[in-house]
Design a binder for this molecule. Structure first.
Ligand SMILES: *[C@@H]1O[C@H](CO)[C@@H](O)[C@H](O)[C@H]1NC(C)=O
Ligand SMILES: *[C@@H]1O[C@H](CO)[C@@H](O)[C@H](O)[C@H]1NC(C)=O
Length: 271
């Protein structure tokens, strides 16, 4: 069943919805100076396409000698327009931005200033482009700055927390990282690495945050298998196989020990 049909069925069952539904509007014929379009109609239904071309010395304001525009709820997807053949369309500039002319095109001899994205720089310090006879003869190139960094190296037991997918990181930018559970670094609260002259600064290593680790799996008194990590002097209760019984696992002198299973109501120092 098509969505259209479903919509129709819903309208049938919920006539109140009918008022909320607004039919998409048709478009009126464009005003196209210096060009012609097909089909030539007074009105175009929503979703219909118009094909247009331009007369001598002119070209459409989009790529190609023939252009299409689509009627989208009363508006053309782009206003069919013929511009001077010597005008330029916006250039494609990888890793760069520039102020886009709201008209959508540039007249001959118009100049644009290209700005490289962070981490990129102008090749040969060349940052402007001039429209000449319908083209941009020498477009600036933004190349990766030697001072920018690639993706940071993998750090054991650490996770970078503010990274978006990015190939290049600008000089001076930083990333935050956290240690995995059970691991920590001494010192600073915020863990950062910086991109400095093409390399990431050394991160403080994430070290284990525990002194003892005790694996319950070789012992059949325990309820389940788990690795329990404890700091020096710390103890934890762990359930035994018998309901309401538990063992106390302790870390002392860097050694983990466990008590016999004892009832949960018995004080732990008597186990
Ligand atoms: C296009 O522009 C040039 C000058 O920039 C002008 O001489 C020429 O007449 C224009 N062509 C048309 C068809 O308007
Ligand atoms: C970055 O690190 C590499 C490898 O450790 C080294 O060869 C290079 O000189 C460093 N770059 C800078 C700018 O310090």
């Amino acid at each position: 069943m098509s969505v259209r049909y479903l919509g129709f069925a819903l309208l049938f069952w919920f006539p109140g919805l009918q008022q909320a539904q607004i039919a998409p509007e048709p478009c009126s014929a464009p005003i196209l100076n210096g060009g012609y379009f097909v089909p030539d109609q007074e009105s175009y239904p929503h979703d219909s396409k118009l094909l247009y071309s331009c007369g001598n010395g002119l070209k459409p304001a989009v790529e190609g000698w023939w252009a299409t525009s689509t009627c989208e709820n009363g508006k053309w997807s782009h206003d069919p327009q013929c511009i001077n053949e010597t005008s330029c369309l916006p250039p494609t500039t990888p890793n760069a931005v520039y102020d886009v002319n709201p008209e959508g095109w540039y007249e001959e001899r118009d100049k644009i200033r290209i700005k490289c994205l962070e981490g990129y720089e102008h090749k040969d310090r060349h940052a402007t482009a001039v429209c000449q006879n319908g083209a941009w003869p020498s477009l600036p190139v933004c190349e990766r700055s030697i001072e920018s960094c690639s993706e940071p190296p993998k750090m054991p037991h650490a996770v970078i927390i503010n990274m978006k997918f990015q190939e290049v990181f600008a000089e001076g930018s930083h990333l935050l990282y956290e240690c995995e559970d059970g691991f920590t670094t001494e010192g600073e609260e915020e863990k950062k690495i910086y991109c400095l002259y093409g390399n990431w600064t050394e991160s403080r290593p994430c070290r284990p945050d525990y002194t003892c680790s005790f694996d319950t799996s070789p012992y059949d008194i325990f309820d389940r298998s788990q690795v329990i990590r404890l700091k020096e002097g710390e103890s934890k209760e762990f359930p035994c196989r018998y309901p309401d019984y538990r063992s106390i696992i302790k870390c002392a002198n860097r050694q983990a020990t466990y008590t016999q299973c004892c009832h949960i109501q018995r004080p732990s120092d008597q186990c």
